[in-house]
Design a protein around this ligand. Structure first.
Ligand code: ZN
Length: 360
């Protein structure tokens, strides 16, 4: 796929988004999601890197839409960022109002096979990435409390060669549960392991975490059976800005920048730099790349109208940042802006795809 002309690649991507929306809203998927929520009421939010390899829904074989993702460069987050703080607080409030607890997965990623396949956002420095998420965990505790009765922040490593999760114990305890090294997938034994690792996690929440653990063990077994070659190098040719990119679970396609950092230009510049590097190294054709902005909406009316304004703003802002930082790369940019109906994951293009100067 990465070697085809840009227009073909964009057609493929938009078709992927369409198929994802169809799958997400299919009766069987809706019922699976509702059943999962009824059986496992804990709301699950995940903070992750913009690297497309880190896809928790896929890696834990969880029904689409159960894990709510927040993505940014390197999984770098600061709950002091006004917009991020609001979005997370809103999600927590919505869940708590329904009587649900919230499990907040704070992720970092690395490759067991080669440190150079680690997180570009942290210059492949896994210790730095881990230190950063431990800091985010402290912030979550500062906002939502250290007792963890309602909101539980858990640090999770994501090993991208096998998509294996590493669960970290709370507080100063350095213990971990590495799902790549489990002797079996016995739910009783694993339940006991979780209880030992996370003694302060409410029992019902541990029961809701267990399906993710079992799903990840199934997924690891599948990856091993497939002998999937690790994604060796960056081949991304799409720069996504905004929210609603769940459909991109194939690695090496897209870099996803959430609209959270007050210095939004910084992650956009870094992502553009990675795409330029991909072109220069000949890993992707240099005939173009896609800038895709997206904003979700839940309610028709003002909420939907504002999503249109947001996505147009994000597209224009990002294009301006790229044009200022790298005019040569900007000439190869095809830009598109979309809104996404959150409950159906139906994506609708508001403008583009269009090249600079060609209008939309
Ligand atoms: Zn990363």
């Amino acid at each position: 796929m990465p070697n085809r002309p840009i227009a073909k690649r964009i057609d493929w991507l938009l078709d992927l988004a369409r198929r994802h929306g169809d799958d997400f809203a299919a009766p069987g998927a809706v019922l699976a999601r509702q059943r999962h929520r009824a059986l496992h009421p804990t709301a699950i939010l995940a903070l992750k890197c913009m690297d497309g390899r880190v896809h928790l829904t896929y890696a834990t074989e969880t029904p689409q839409g159960v894990i709510e993702p927040f993505r940014n460069l390197g999984g770098m987050f600061d709950l002091g960022w006004p917009y991020l703080g609001e979005v997370i607080t809103d999600s927590v409030a919505r869940a708590v109002a329904q009587g649900r607890r919230v499990l907040l997965l704070l992720t970092y990623h690395f490759s067991a096979g080669d440190p150079h396949r680690g997180c570009a956002g942290f210059g492949n420095d896994t210790d730095a990435a881990l230190r950063h998420v431990l800091g985010v965990r402290s912030q979550v505790e500062q906002v939502f409390g250290r007792e963890h009765g309602t909101v539980y922040p858990m640090v999770v490593g994501f090993e991208t060669d096998e998509d294996a999760l590493i669960l970290h114990a709370p507080g100063d305890n350095p213990a971990t549960l590495d799902l790549a090294t489990q002797p079996d997938a016995d739910p009783v034994r694993l339940g006991a392991e979780l209880a030992a690792l996370l003694p302060d996690m409410p029992g019902p929440m541990r029961a809701d975490l267990l399906p993710l653990v079992l799903g990840n063990l199934r997924h690891i077994a599948e990856i091993r059976a497939l002998r999937r070659p690790p994604t060796v190098e960056h081949t991304e040719w799409v720069l996504c800005v905004g929210r609603g990119f769940d459909f991109l679970h194939e690695p090496g396609i897209a870099l996803m920048v959430g609209p959270y950092s007050p210095d939004l230009a910084d992650p956009i510049r870094k992502a553009a730099g990675i795409i330029r590097g991909n072109m220069e190294a000949g890993r992707i054709p240099d005939d173009g790349f896609l800038l895709l902005a997206s904003a979700p909406w839940r309610e028709p009316g003002p909420d939907r109208a504002r999503a249109e304004l947001k996505t147009r703003f994000l597209a224009e802002f990002s294009a301006g940042v790229i044009a200022a930082a790298d005019p040569d790369l900007a000439r190869k940019m095809v830009s598109a802006a979309a809104v996404l109906h959150w409950d159906s994951r139906c994506m609708e293009l508001i403008s583009g795809p269009s090249s600079p100067g060609k209008g939309s």
